[in-house]
Design a protein around this ligand. Structure first.
Ligand code: NAP
Ligand code: GDD
Length: 339
């Protein structure tokens, strides 16, 4: 049975990838960093459970800023596949913490690749490596964006991801390692972090609907994104590592919509007019913005046979209904605590 090592296992994609690989019979080792409160809510249904899957998921303390921890874990775990999903992944926050963002996503990637290379040499076995690259790397280059589109990154986060992309290509070319980049366009879900725009909108729509919130503060509503469903996207990661030859792939839906269109879709489902609630706050504007992302995933479709299964409107419905349910439960808990 295969063994996979996942960095960023506690994040949105890490949790879906864990479910996918467990279903395929993998044993999984996830790297978690120390924090003052546990950040494992997305894994609780697996890690907290006393059933078969619990036996095949192990969490190891480590950090992308600590090369010695990465080396120790790789040697102990002896993985067949490594999925590098860890990052300070919030673009606006990367302007506030540029050095840390680069340390995790750029130098951290290099640390992990070096540890994997050393392990390969010592163990004499091939490790397959997946790098979570991003459509943010295209930045201001006009759409549609594909594997051959030049990068023009517009944030410390995107610059760190460009470096991580090239480290990955370089380990493939210099050392013949099986290293692949997934250039994933935005993908969302009911497990999306609460300060990314889609989840911020669906959470607010639910809370406004039940009367728990009156306003929603946002930044630039004109930016356009190619939004897909996260569960579909982790499948593309796995498919890349099953190929005989490592390569780089764009993963996207081929459709792009503005923040206004996302607002229309989510608030509209709950019979609300978003214009009555949304206010603009300069705080959420970025020093330099990425205006228009639209991916061309022809290569992933043709070589990997990958296609998105969940449409934009289905995804908005899943997220909006999930967050309405959360809001209703919050309201119920408040009423109950007063009675
Ligand atoms: P996410 O929810 O923000 O998860 C990020 C993960 O990285 C979390 O598990 C986090 O741990 C971990 N992490 C952060 N700093 C770390 C450090 N210093 N050491 C070890 N782990 C650390 O991100 P996501 O949406 O799942 O995305 C997964 C990856 O794909 C990221 O690299 C992201 O940049 C990239 N990506 C995402 C998208 C997208 O639309 N979602 C698109 C393209 C690329 P904590 O839980 O402790 O914070
Ligand atoms: N987060 C946020 N909060 N974004 C806002 C807001 C707000 O209040 N108001 C408007 N936006 C706009 C941002 O300016 C941006 O143009 C767009 O909404 C999307 O922002 P995010 O949801 O934060 O995602 P992102 O596109 O910047 O980055 C995500 O996708 C990348 C792939 O393209 C992240 O997941 C990155 O880690 C990922 O690489």
């Amino acid at each position: 049975m295969k063994r996979a090592l996942i960095t960023g296992i506690t994040g949105q994609d890490g949790s879906y990838l864990t479910e996918l690989l467990l279903a395929k019979g993998y044993t999984i080792y996830g790297i978690v960093r120390r924090s003052s409160s546990l950040t494992r809510t997305r894994l609780e249904h697996i890690y907290g459970a006393r059933h078969f899957e619990r036996e095949k998921l192990y969490l190891e303390y480590g950090d992308m800023t600590d090369g010695s921890s990465l080396r120790t874990i790789i040697t102990r775990v002896a993985p067949d596949e490594i999925y590098n999903l860890a990052a300070q992944s919030h673009v606006r926050v990367s302007f506030d913490t540029p050095e840390y963002t680069v340390d995790v996503a750029d130098v951290g990637t290099l640390r992990l690749l070096e540890a994997a290379r050393d392990y390969q040499k010592q163990a004499g076995k091939t490790v397959r490596y997946y790098q979570a690259s991003s459509s943010e790397m295209f930045g201001s280059t006009p759409p549609p964006q594909s594997e051959t589109t030049p990068f023009h990154p517009r944030s410390p986060y995107a610059i760190a991801k460009v470096a991580g992309y090239w480290h990955t290509v370089n380990y493939r070319e210099a050392y013949g390692m099986h290293c692949s980049n997934g250039i994933l366009f935005n993908h969302e879900s009911e497990r999306r972090g609460e300060n990314f725009v889609t989840r911020k909108i669906t959470l607010a729509a639910g809370r406004i609907k039940v009367g728990l919130q009156k306003e929603l503060y946002l930044g630039n509503l004109d930016a356009k994104r190619d939004w897909g469903y996260a569960k579909d996207y982790v499948e593309a990661m796995w498919l890349m590592l099953q190929e005989d030859k490592p390569d780089d792939y764009v993963v996207a839906t081929g459709e792009s919509r503005s923040i206004r269109e996302f607002l229309d879709a989510s608030f509209g489902l709950l019979g609300l007019n978003w214009q009555d609630y949304v206010k603009i706050d300069q705080f959420y504007m970025r020093p330099s913005e990425v205006d228009f992302l639209l991916g061309n995933a022809t290569k992933a479709q043709e070589k990997l046979g990958w296609r998105p299964k969940v449409s934009f409107s289905e995804m908005v419905k899943i997220m909006t209904e999930y967050d309405l349910d959360l809001a209703e439960r919050e309201l119920h808990a408040k009423k109950f605590s007063r009675s």
